[in-house]
Design a protein around this ligand. Structure first.
Ligand code: ADP
Ligand code: ZN
Length: 672
């Protein structure tokens, strides 16, 4: 690999950067914008980098820190994750350290001494440190190669991750005008982008905006019926034994859902701001260290979690904005392997979110903004077009085609139907109640009236005497709820007050007067699963991200995973710090018989080869090589005596390509 150093016309920094990429990280080439960013920063320029989660932001500052003289100082708000970040770097042979409030005096002194002696390549700091004169003084006594401001959107006061300490970071440019600064975030909106540049005082920075597409994530939004049961079925059918995150709106539903999953044989722990710090830290640590654990959480969980093998992110409640949805779902599949973003969405979500905005704090302008965010989110849920396309368009980016082939609306395009008459019936019912009775009711009562149900409440209010009583027997309850949901989403109906009563909007009149049509989305009869697309459905791009492992190689992959788990435990680090799944997959494909042969594998740098090479070769030597392993029927259902071991091995199930003889096990694991 080092042979490229001498290529004519290549700048010195290029070759040094590439050499570090090969030697330290074991990667063949830079990805996307990485190279441009790295070159720019190594040459001393400031940079603002917008890249999706999993896009490879870390290398953008880690390589300059390795190439430029001095220590790279990384500002990160994620104190709880610093130890892991530093451990991961040390496993690569990078001299890294951190300073934060979790350390005792001696530990801090050691790091300070290393920094001053020029023995650190990277130093991680919490932003609040930089308020202290003592920290600034310390930094001025050493040599700094680059300042990296990670999670730079924390400087934005409008985002939910705002950290006041980030506002003081403009001091870095003032005090160290000659040290390049690089601000990084996975938040893609223009507004945040502008705010970062302004508030961090980086007017001369070059801007690097990557594509925000995450082709390996399959987006799916299903109609909400019994969300916990739907979730359970989704996990059992598609993600048995996989690590993932389930997002719920309230602490209470977090607790209940975690309990429900645990009772049903899926290991799950809760995470929300109401738990004490110790429990939260313990659950987060378990998620990072164990394989196949599910965390059920509020949005308090997830920022900076760089676990690469999160195979699914599920939403049981509607996120407040497309930004939120994108951030949360983006935590799946950093390793580029197939992953699912799954959400159950229904009428109750729309009503709940609209109510939250109305009864929440904040002035009129705040409420208006929140309303716009919600509208965009609802539009994504109700779209009949490609979800990925809509998501990218929201961030001002061009989708690569009409159809991504890897979202539910592409895999099973929903039909539309003319819902004009249905809409009129709903709106008429709301009007009658209000005009004839001076009453307002919620969706349940409206549906009961339409269906002509003589419920206690209908009789109590004489609603069976209304002319609209029973005019909607052609649709089912679920269908009526779908109509109301879509009217709310389209702004043709509104929610009012604490009870979520339905009222007309300015636009309702045009429907009642027959001045407009109301096309509605028909829910697909049979929900899409990751397998329903078939090989032909996926486009090339989605396919490229999907590394499929032949079944014959599964046992070796499992053996390496077991070896990795054991090694990680011994060393007290998360398994992915040793090797990512993607690297293990490549190892079994290459089947190295010597430590040297590990050299060309992506993710195996010099240090890791030296540390783990023998272990890996030994594991493979104890197994039969792939040619002979290919013959017998592999029976992956259960390895004797290790139910969890085999379950955790069920990697994501890509839609089988027609030409692939590859078949995922269909049996359900034994959940009793
Ligand atoms: P981000 O911080 O943008 O979410 P990371 O820096 O954690 O992303 O990188 C995401 C994943 O991609 C990591 O597993 C990382 O090791 C891998 N990666 C990054 N750059 C490269 C590259 N040039 N070649 C191969 N893998 C890479
Ligand atoms: Zn699509």
């Amino acid at each position: 690999m080092h042979g490229t150093d001498g290529v004519a016309g290549m700048a010195v920094t290029d070759s040094e950067a590439l050499a570090a990429l090969h030697r330290v990280f074991g990667y063949e080439t830079f990805r996307g914008e990485q190279e441009a960013v790295v070159d720019h920063v190594i040459a001393g320029g400031d940079a603002v980098v917008l890249m999706p989660t999993g896009g490879g932001k870390s290398l953008c500052y880690q390589i300059p820190a390795l190439v430029r003289p001095g220590t790279g100082v990384v500002v990160s708000p994620l104190i709880a994750l610093m130890q892991d970040q530093v451990d991961a770097l040390r496993a690569l042979g990078v001299r890294a350290g951190f300073m934060n409030s979790t350390q005792d005096f001696d530990e801090r002194r050691t790091v300070e001494a290393e920094f001053l002696a020029g023995e650190l390549d990277l130093l991680y700091l919490a932003p609040e440190r930089l308020r202290l004169d003592s920290s600034l003084d310390l930094l001025s006594r050493g040599k700094i190669s680059v300042f990296a401001i990670d999670e730079a959107h924390c400087v934005s006061q409008w985002g939910h991750d705002f950290r006041p300490d980030y506002l003081t970071l403009s001091v870095l440019g003032e005090r160290w005008p000659d040290v390049p600064r690089i601000a990084l975030t996975a938040t893609a909106t223009d507004a945040t982008h502008r705010e970062i540049t302004e508030r961090l005082g980086m007017p001369d920075a070059r801007h690097f905006v990557a594509s925000f597409d995450r082709p390996n994530i399959q987006y799916r939004i299903v109609p909400k019926a019994d969300p916990r049961k739907q979730l359970l079925a989704f996990l059992r059918e598609e993600h048995a034994g996989d690590a993932g995150i389930v997002y719920c709106l309230s602490r209470n539903s977090v607790e209940k859902t975690a309990e429900f999953l645990s009772k049903n044989g899926i290991e799950a722990v809760p995470y929300h701001a109401g738990l004490d710090a110790g429990t939260r830290a313990a659950h987060q640590a378990r998620f990072l260290r164990e394989e196949g654990l599910v965390v059920v959480a509020t949005i308090a969980f997830g920022m900076g979690i760089d676990k690469p093998d999160v195979r699914f992110v599920a939403h049981l409640d509607l996120p407040k904005s497309v930004e939120g949805y994108y951030q949360e779902t983006g935590r799946a599949g950093r390793d580029g392997l197939p992953s699912t973003a799954w959400m159950a969405y229904g009428l109750s979500d729309v009503i709940q979110q609209r109510k939250l905005i109305q009864s929440g704090e904040g002035d009129e302008a705040f409420r208006r903004r929140a309303g716009q965010h919600l509208d965009a989110m609802l539009a994504l849920c109700e779209t009949v077009r490609c979800r990925r396309g809509q998501l990218l368009a929201y961030f001002g980016q061009e989708p690569s085609g009409e159809n991504c082939g890897n979202c539910d609306t592409c895999l099973a395009p929903p039909d539309t139907w003319d819902g004009t008459v249905a809409a009129q019936k709903v709106l008429s019912t709301v009007v009658r109640l209000q005009r004839e009775r001076g009453q307002k009711f919620g969706a349940v009562q409206i549906v009961d009236i339409l269906l002509g149900r003589r419920t206690v409440k209908v009789i109590q209010f004489d609603h069976d005497q209304l002319s609209v009583f029973g005019i909607g027997e052609e649709l089912s309850e679920a269908q009526w709820r779908g109509v109301i949901r879509q009217l709310l989403a389209q702004g043709l109906l509104a929610v009012e007050g604490d009870y979520g009563t339905l009222v007309l909007t300015e636009s309702s009149g045009s429907v009642l007067r027959r001045e407009r049509e109301v096309p509605l989305r028909k829910e697909p009869e049979k929900p899409v699963t990751s397998r329903s697309g078939g090989g032909a459905g996926r486009d090339r791009k989605a396919k490229a991200a999907v590394a499929e492992l032949p079944e014959a190689l599964q046992p070796a992959f499992e053996a390496l995973r077991a070896w990795r788990a054991e090694t990680a435990k011994e060393q007290g680090v998360p398994a992915y710090v040793i090797f990512h799944d993607a690297t293990l997959r490549e190892i079994v494909t290459v089947w190295p018989t010597s430590v040297e042969q590990l050299g060309g594998i992506s993710g195996v740098g010099e240090k890791k080869r030296a540390t783990y090479g023998e272990g890996v070769v030994e594991v493979l030597a104890g197994l039969s090589a792939p040619a002979s392993a290919a013959a017998p029927e592999a029976a992956p259902a259960s390895a004797p005596g290790s139910a969890t071991g085999s379950a955790s091995g069920s990697a994501p199930r890509p839609a089988p390509a027609a030409s692939d003889a590859y078949d995922w096990p269909d049996e359900e694991p034994d959940w009793t």
